[in-house]
Structure formats: C-alpha cells, structure tokens
Design a binder for this molecule. Structure first.
Ligand code: HEM
Length: 419
C-alpha cells in the first residue's frame, strides 16, 4: 500500500476557515498529489481533487452520506436528516420525488414566475436612485419560487422571510454571529413551513395540484407513512433555500458582464448558445460550494492508497473547477471554452458530479442554469443601468463569498423587450 501524504498540523479545521475555497487545492499542490490526509474536527480526513477523484467519489458503491455532514451545517444550511444524509433505497426514493419536480413544464412555470418578478423589480428600481443588486435578486427568486412551490406568501412577509432563507445559505462556512443568524433563519423557516404542511394535511389550505407543497404534503416513505411534518418542511426548504442561493451566481454573472463588456454585446446579439457558455463559465469560475463530503462505506484501495471504512472524505469542488489539467488558464473567465464542450459529469462539478438519481448530484442544477439565463436576459435585454465605483473584491476565505459591495447599480431604466 502507498501511504497518503499527510499534513503536519495536528488539526486543520482553522486552516479550512483561513484558506476557504483554496484549502484542498493548495495542499494538493504542496504535496504534488491529488490526495492528502489531515485531521478535521479531530477526525482523520482524506481530501481528494481532480477528475479521477470525482469519478471515485461518485461511485455509489464506495461511499455513504450517513454521518458525513457536520451538525453545524445541518443546523443552518441543510436541515437535519434531509435527503443529503440519506443512502441507497431511501435516498433513491426521496431523490425520485425531487427529480419529479424538475421536468421541463415545471421548470418553465418557475421561469415564467421569475420573469414576472424581474419585470416588477425593474419597475420598482426605476423609482430609486440605487439598489443593492444581490439583495434585490434574492427577493425576486424568493417570490418566484414560493409561487411555484404553492407556498402562500403575504407581501408584508417577503423581506423578512427572504432574509431568513439567505441567512441559512450565508452561514455554511461560518462561526460566530453569521452561524447564529443561519440557525435563527432555519428555526423561523422550519416552523413557518411546518405550519403550512400541517394546514394542507388538515384541509385548511389547498396546495395546487403537482406543486412541491402538494407533493411533499402527500409524499410517503417506503413503509407507506407520510413524512413527519417537520421533515416535509425541511425538504420543502431544500427546494426554496437553494433557489434563493442562485442570487450568488446571478450577482457574479452581473459582475462578469460588468468586467467583460464584450460579452454583454455577444449575449445581446448571439443565437442563445453564448448564454449557455456564459452560465457554465459563471458556475465554473466563481466560488460557491467549496467541497462536499462522504464516508467510506467499506475499506477499499484506490491507486494503491487505503481508504479505511468510515473515514471522512472531502471532494474538492472549487479546485476541480480550477484544475489546470482540465481547464486551460483556469483562473481566467472565458465562456468560449464551452464552445465545443461535449459535457462531462466528472469535470464541471459546481453542483456535484455523477448521476442525479443514484448519487447526490444537485437536484436543482437545471433550475440554477435556467434562472441564471433568465436573469442575464433581463440584465442585457430589458434594462439599462450604471455601475458606480465600488469594492468588487471577494474573499476566497469567506464561504460563501460575494463582492464586498454586494453589487450596487444606479439609474435603472427599463427598455422595451422582445421576450
Ligand atoms: C445538492 C450545489 C441550487 C437542490 C447539491 C450539492 C451541491 C449543490 C454541491 C451536493 C452535491 C454532493 O454532495 O454530491 C448547488 C448550487 C446551487 C444549487 C451551487 C446554486 C447556487 C439548487 C437548487 C435546488 C437544489 C436551485 C432545488 C430547487 C438540491 C438538492 C440536493 C442538492 C435537493 C441534494 C441532492 C441529494 O442529496 O441527492 N447542490 N445547488 N440545489 N441540491 Fe443544489
């Protein structure tokens, strides 16, 4: 057996907070290896990076998710005992339910809602001197996704509830006040959603047929039992919260348009494929999910390295999306790299890799792509705006990260659209 390069530090948890998105890639470079081991939260952890590592990680025979997600992340970002923690038959059944909501008609309905919200937002912004784009986009997405999900939303609640959902996302790599805000956001949102599920089950509220609310309220486990109301609420939140999270990509997409004005023109005049390349490049280039984790199902060896049973393994998402062996000049924003891209489930992994049904690849990848495209259509074809001087810097230590200014725009003016 070959021994896995080991970090000298007794525990690297603080280094994760310091190096953030670059934690795994930096150490792989230092060890000259796609694999190293360290201690995180006082447990032995193997970190892996690159395409072959992705192929290994998404082999469903090799890993389980049970016990892989740290409690602080379950208590903020993901919810406890949700789909992300399930394995095998139980996971497959739950994932089929999620994927049943991702058909083209369902996604089109969501995109139509988003388009309506973009129109309304542009009219509102026109009345204001300046807007903080990131926060406004969160409200657009939240309104749109609640309407799609069948979740009733009072206009007076939009601002407060959006902040709760955004706080869950903003908490995932945090300690201290940011973590506490995420916990508070989760408690508030779970109670709210649980109440709605209970109202549907008791007949006080009607969930429109086929909506996520309807689907989750009636969903049964393999034993024929409905999900406990809290669990149904958590899974409903697992559709709404990550849709609000697309605001991170949409804000980065707006930044990319600002920094690459030639691409604004190309998107305005192109035949649509440029939009696909641009969105894939936004998802590849900008940091959002740093890594994902699983535990070894039973001992195996890979390239001569031993993976002992139950060891925590982290797959480097950000580093693989910036791997110079896979991407020419990975630290440049170049959408045209996707021009002749045939697609590869193990290379472009901003939302995980492998299969949707047999693995944990993101259920909402198509929604993410389409919602970012809708946003770009509005940004390039339905409004004019100025971008004042501001601090666009984003830190790779902060997880998740965002330009410091949260992208401020001024003097918004609608222009006639043809879509
Ligand atoms: C899982 C990223 C948007 C629903 C995941 C995973 C990642 C991810 C990294 C885990 C992959 C793994 O551990 O193997 C993102 C990013 C998004 C996004 C960066 C956009 C900013 C969405 C949306 C939805 C969604 C819009 C739903 C509407 C899910 C679900 C899972 C998941 C349900 C769990 C899948 C499973 O455990 O089988 N996502 N996601 N995500 N995502 Fe997303």
């Amino acid at each position: 057996m070959v021994s896995i390069p080991r970090e000298n530090a007794f525990d690297s948890s603080l280094a994760v907070l310091k190096d953030g998105f670059t934690f795994i890639q930096k150490r792989c470079q230092r060890h000259g290896s796609d694999i190293f081991q360290t201690r995180l939260m006082f447990q032995n952890t193997i970190c892996i990076s690159g395409e072959e590592a992705v192929r290994l990680f998404y082999d469903p025979e090799r890993f389980v998710r049970k016990g892989a997600i740290p409690k602080p992340i379950q208590k903020t970002l993901l919810g406890q005992r949700s789909i992300m923690t399930l394995d095998d038959g139980q996971h497959r059944r739950r994932k089929e339910m999620f994927m049943s909501l991702m058909g083209p008609t369902s996604i089109q309905t969501l995109m139509d809602n988003m388009a309506t919200e973009w129109q309304a937002a542009i009219s509102r912004w026109q009345q204001r001197n300046q807007v903080v784009f990131f926060e406004e986009v969160q409200e657009i997405l939240f309104r749109g996704v609640c309407a799609w999900a069948g979740v009733p939303l009072d206009a007076t609640e939009v601002h407060r509830r959006t902040r709760h959902f955004a706080a869950m996302v903003d908490a995932f790599g945090a300690v201290g006040p940011r973590h506490l805000r995420g916990r508070w956001g989760r408690q508030q949102s779970e109670s709210w959603m649980q109440g709605i599920i209970e109202q549907v089950r008791s007949g006080q509220l009607t969930a429109p047929d086929g909506t996520p609310l309807d689907t989750l309220a009636v969903y049964q486990e393999a034993d024929g039992q409905p999900l406990p109301a809290r669990m149904a609420a958590i899974e409903l939140i697992n559709l709404i919260r990550p849709t609000v999270a697309i605001s991170w990509y949409i804000t980065f997409a707006a930044l990319a348009l600002h920094e690459h004005p030639d691409w604004r023109k190309r998107l305005q005049t192109g035949n649509g494929e440029e939009l696909d390349w641009f969105v894939d490049e936004v998802r590849r280039f900008y940091p959002f999910a740093p890594f994902t984790g699983a535990r070894v199902r039973s001992e195996f060896s890979w390239k001569g390295y031993l993976f002992p049973k139950a060891t925590l393994v982290l797959l480097d998402i950000y580093g693989t999306n910036h791997d110079p062996r896979l991407w020419e000049q990975p630290d440049e924003f170049r959408p045209e790299r996707f021009q002749n891209w045939q697609g590869n489930r193990f290379r472009l992994i901003p939302q995980g890799g492998g299969d949707y049904l047999t693995g944990h690849r993101c259920a909402g990848e198509w929604i993410t792509i389409e919602a970012t495209k809708v946003a770009l259509r509005y940004l390039t074809g339905a409004m004019e705006y100025n971008v004042p001087e501001q601090d666009f810097h984003y830190s790779l230590s902060r997880m998740p990260t965002m330009p410091k200014s949260r992208f401020i725009i001024r003097q918004v003016q609608p222009i006639a659209t043809s879509f």
